[in-house]
Ligand binder design. Structure first.
Ligand SMILES: Cc1ncc(COP(=O)(O)O)c(C=O)c1O
Length: 459
């Protein structure tokens, strides 16, 4: 009998609840500070940017939060997503390990980002929002919000990091086709953008700058526009937990349980989405799965960043949060995994990493593309460059198992497809990609750029 490779759930298996790790996390949440006063923010400050339902999710400690029927109905366009065993990749590696992947690229816009864009558009619609602003790196988040906005009749304005806008014109066209307006950031439409352009007219942009622009537009719109973020915040991580909840059921169908769960990390949402339900099983049900976050050596916030309070954006308009950060004014190298170029990381994930409940590793760009190409050649799906970071780590785990002979079970999140990333693949295929790592000297100076905050030792 041939080995079963595809584990498919039905619509009725679609999760009814999101899982909130803050109910079980042994590490207390750190305060979120106002960028001006540096005092803890109030719901009033946040309500300029977000609808109240999302603010309440942001601070909730309830373990399970019901997914509204309207959101579940749209999830059914692509959820439950498949879980697949990568037998051809296993064979190519000659490993005794079993490698499984959860395929979030099955969503209409091509990544896990729709799990939260649909929810955020829903809660905004419920609160009477007519227009949303956002940033995007690779364009995956912008596409996901553009589509969700269209479904709820909300206008969407996207500030796209300039280097990605130029590298990925087809992502822009997709966003425009869904009905969004897209601007290459930094723009001259905002104070934040104009300031950056005055210092460097050729700025490549960064996620930190694009966030500043999108936040400024919403904050100065007299309530006409709200802001939407595709990662980092608790409510975003929460919405992504449908990935891990489904994967738990599917691993059960496969009759195996993962020794290690892997995901790439930009702001931390797809990794948290797959990992947190498995972390719950570790914390509450005695499982011992390793949870491995993978980041680029070009933006190594977890592995080399400083765990401290930093601004969420470059222009210091977004709240200050405690995270592993490279400094809000950090401008990353133009690696092709545009979605992983953020200077910080989700605070909840950072706290769990700091407590030793999560592991992290950084991988180089070329090794990442090598892994992505092997995956495409064996399993057929062209991975997003971001997702290839997870593939690299999964392959490395499988190669270690080959050395030790361990029959390890590996699960990774294939967060998106790379069908719009062909220029990146072309650069790799033609030997034009280079590796980037931040010099030690730059790391040593991060602290000088961080805001001075005065947090009582008890928090
Ligand atoms: C395909 C894909 N994977 C991963 C990420 C990283 O984001 P996060 O860490 O929030 O999952 C992005 C961000 O744009 C993405 O497009």
């Amino acid at each position: 009998m041939s080995t079963p490779t595809r584990f498919i759930l039905t619509e009725s298996d679609l999760p009814k609840f999101w899982y909130n790790v803050n109910a079980d996390s042994p590490v207390p949440p750190q305060p979120v500070l106002h960028p001006g006063t540096k005092e803890p923010v109030t719901p009033d400050f946040l309500s300029v940017l977000f609808p109240m339902d999302l603010i309440l999710q942001e601070i909730s400690t309830e373990r399970y939060i019901q997914i509204p029927d309207e959101v579940r109905e749209i999830y059914k366009l692509y959820r439950p997503t498949p879980l697949q065993r990568a037998v051809r990749l296993e064979k190519a590696l000659g490993t005794p390990a079993h490698i499984y992947y959860k395929y979030e690229g099955a969503s209409p816009s091509g990544s896990h980002k729709m799990n939260t864009s649909i929810a955020q558009a829903f809660y905004n619609k419920k609160a009477g929002t007519h227009a949303l602003t956002t940033e995007t790196g690779a364009g995956q988040w912008g596409s996901a919000l553009a589509m969700a906005g269209k479904m709820f009749d909300i206008a969407v304005e996207v500030y796209m990091v300039k280097v990605s806008y130029e590298q990925k014109p087809y992502r822009r066209i997709l966003m425009e086709t869904y009905g969004a307006k897209v601007y290459p950031s930094p723009t001259d439409r905002t104070n934040a953008g104009r300031q950056i352009l005055a210092q460097d007219p050729d700025s490549n942009g960064s996620l930190g700058i694009a966030i500043s622009e999108a936040v400024e537009v919403a904050a100065t719109s007299n309530g006409k526009k709200k802001y939407s973020l595709g990662s980092v915040l608790n409510h975003v991580l929460l919405h992504q937990t449908v990935i891990g909840e489904e994967a738990l059921k599917q691993m059960d169908m496969a009759g195996e349980y993962p020794d290690v769960v892997i995901g790439c990390v930009g702001g931390g949402s797809n990794f948290s989405g797959i990992a947190f339900p498995f972390l719950r099983e570790n914390l509450k049900n005695g499982q011992r799965t390793r949870l491995l976050a993978v980041e680029p050596t070009a933006t190594p916030s977890l592995t080399r960043g400083i765990y401290a309070f930093d601004y969420g954006d470059t222009a210091q308009m977004a709240p200050i949060v405690k995270m592993h950060a490279l400094g809000h004014d950090f401008v990353p190298s133009p690696i092709h995994a545009g979605g992983l170029r953020y200077h910080g990381m989700a605070p909840t994930l950072c706290a769990l990493y700091d407590a030793g409940l999560i592991e992290a590793v950084a991988v180089h760009q070329k090794a990442t593309f090598e892994a992505g190409v092997l995956f495409a050649q064996t399993e057929g799906i062209l991975p997003a460059p971001e997702s290839s970071h997870a593939i690299r780590a999964a392959i490395d785990e499988a190669l270690q198992a080959k050395e030790t002979g361990e029959k390890k079970v590996i699960l990774f999140n294939l967060s998106g497809h790379g069908n719009f990333d062909l220029s990146a693949y072309n650069a790799y295929n033609t030997g034009q990609l280079v590796d980037y790592a931040i010099p030690e000297d730059a790391i040593a100076h991060i602290r000088e750029h961080l805001p001075q905050v005065n947090i009582p030792a008890s928090v």
